[in-house]
Design a protein around this ligand. Structure first.
Ligand code: ADP
Ligand code: MG
Length: 243
């Protein structure tokens, strides 16, 4: 499989805290990698490092064969290659749902307004929210807002999508509507790195499960193998707590 995201011996420190330790990870084009692990194990930092929201002290990170530039326009372009969806939806509160989805293509990609709007409506349709286009985010449920956040990330036509616990802030009845959109994306061939505690999603959508503990990748397995026969005590212990 052609590699799209490659991390080679990546180390990240916050002061004296060693948060990512010699991370080696390759995500192939079209591959879905689910990242799991205890709180504080470095999952969010890993996502943020991939998108250059956090600098790393050593190692290399490449996306589509290009090393991450430190700053400037090259960085902005590269960041746009990787869409990110967070636990908190971070929508613009005073803009309509459609505006939220159109804004980055208009301002960053400098798309003509009519194109951005047509594409925005297509994406809202894809996440099942075309009828909510003119509402403000606060008028939507949490699950709907997260689906808008996904549409907004897709509007930049990213090569890959990172999801950092996208359903953790949602009421239980809204989790599935978001996971279904993600599942559909996966089936359409989107390259995805997904941090989640939703093991059902990991089983059904992931090509690989990466288990992190203490800043290291401890297991990197196909889901079936990981869930039926975890190799490490750390993973067994973690699974016994969440399953
Ligand atoms: P996870 O997402 O797996 O819960 P994080 O990547 O958020 O883990 O955090 C990994 C470790 O790094 C934790 O010990 C956390 O306290 C620490 N950490 C995360 N962000 C910062 C920061 N901005 N400054 C200092 N320490 C941080
Ligand atoms: Mg986290």
């Amino acid at each position: 499989m052609e590699p799209l995201i490659v991390l080679d011996k990546v180390n990240k420190h916050f002061g004296s805290l060693h948060v990512l330790k010699d991370i080696e990870l390759t995500v192939g084009r079209g591959e879905v990698v689910v990242v799991i692990g205890p709180s504080g194990s470095g999952k969010s930092t890993l996502c943020r490092a991939i998108n250059r929201l956090e600098p790393v002290q050593s190692g290399t990170i490449t996306v589509d064969g290009r090393p991450l530039p430190a700053e400037g326009r090259a960085l902005a372009r590269l960041r746009a290659d990787v869409g990110m969806v967070f636990q908190s939806f971070n929508l613009f509160a005073h803009r309509t749902v459609l505006d939220n989805v159109m804004l980055a293509p208009l301002k960053v990609r400098r798309r003509p307004r009519a194109d951005a709007e047509r594409r925005g409506r297509e994406l809202l349709d894809r996440v099942g929210l075309l009828d909510q286009a003119d509402k403000l985010p606060a008028q939507l449920s949490g699950g709907q807002q997260q689906r808008v956040a996904i549409a907004r990330a897709l509007a930049m036509e990213p090569k890959a999508m990172l999801f950092d616990e996208p359903t953790s802030a949602l009421d239980p009845e809204m989790i599935n509507e978001v996971l279904e959109v993600m599942q559909q994306l996966a089936e359409e061939g989107m390259t995805m790195v997904v941090v989640t505690h939703e093991m059902g999603f990991a089983r059904s959508a992931a090509d690989r499960v990466v288990f992190m503990a203490d800043g290291r990748i401890v297991e990197d397995r196909v889901p079936e193998d990981f869930f039926t026969d975890p190799r490490t005590d750390r993973a067994r212990d973690f699974l016994s707590k969440i399953l």
